[in-house]
Write a protein that binds this ligand. Sequence first.
Ligand code: NAG
Ligand code: ZN
Ligand code: ZN
Length: 395
Amino acid sequence: MAGRRGLSSTSLNLTFLGTASAQPSSTRNHSALALRLNSDVWLFDCGEATQHQVQRSKVKMGKIEKIFITHTHGDHIFGLLPLLATMLNGAGGTADGVEDPRTHMVQDSPDPLEIYGPLGTRAYVRNGLKYTHTLLGAPYVVHELRLPSDPPDGDHTSLALHAAESPNGRNIPQTNGVWSDVYHDTIVSVSAAPILHSVPCIGYVVTEAPVPGKMDPAKYIPHLKRTKTPMSVMSRLQQGESIELSDGTMLQGPLKRPGRKLVILGDTYDPSPIAELASSADLLIHEATNAHLPALDSNTKPEDTFESVEARTKSRGHSTPQMAGAFAARIGARKLVLNHFSARYPGNDDVDPTAKTIMEGIAGLAEEHYSGKIICARDFMSFDVNVPQEHAWNK
Ligand SMILES: *[C@@H]1O[C@H](CO)[C@@H](O)[C@H](O)[C@H]1NC(C)=O
Ligand SMILES: [Zn+2]
Ligand SMILES: [Zn+2]
């Protein structure tokens, strides 16, 4: 939070730490994505080796404040416990009856590391820490986004709280099929909705609050002086309000520019339940696990067709590039980033021409349904989410 306060223009940067599906390969690691909001870091998913990937990237581990888990499949969560152990001073222990000070943590310390995820996330973390005898030197908290079919309360485990676990973990129920505002501050908010996969899975929507426009005081001050209006109304004008003065003059503050919207989906064969929340996203991150590329992929089975590949992909809970493109078009996204690729699609397309051809082929399939910009993610790819051109005047 500290890193975001007091800055007029928020920088939003994404770094892909892992872009593989089921199995990692020599060119892709398991799912993890870092969102940098000015200097704070939020992670989305935390597959195996995430902490190594963080160390090898420009993302600062000590700045990670929140971790959002889309679903509890191992390729999205196996890296969470080792990351917590490193971040929260979890190494080592004591022997010979010497008491470890970490067994008596103050559990409701003000700023625990926050983890959000579906039912089972809290139990997974608590059990994993317990059975590996891991003590932590700083607290964490797990908030679970509960489905209507989940128990509304309870922890999904009979183990007592871990010494470092804050008892303030919320069980957040849905309203109208979504989880609204599971987190917000003055600069951004996070909402979420279920997306369809082989197990319960969540898509997250990060929305920047509308940003006040540029104020030209010369436009207002003479009118305020003439009508002896207190200068304090300037702050209301700055918020975009319109104000009627005592002589009937109307003053309109500069209009706010809409905040940027990022939609970060987990694994899915149909993200329809998040469509409304995701509409007009500046950026959509959508999986594209399998593709049919008969001319480019020498491992293509002769009997395969676009239809058979799509049917097989869906039956495993996943999407093709065409499905991702169609969803991007449906919600009116400005930009589409594909990720979560099968191990057969190498991620070194920046240096290997064959890999480049294949990734271009995959983007081409998404293009059949979507005319916006398409990017195929690779590990360590990093870019800023810019304010769209038509709003840039107000920056
Ligand atoms: C994946 O993570 C492992 C463990 O840190 C590392 O050795 C490997 O180089 C990583 N692969 C990629 C493509 O970054
Ligand atoms: Zn996955
Ligand atoms: Zn999965």
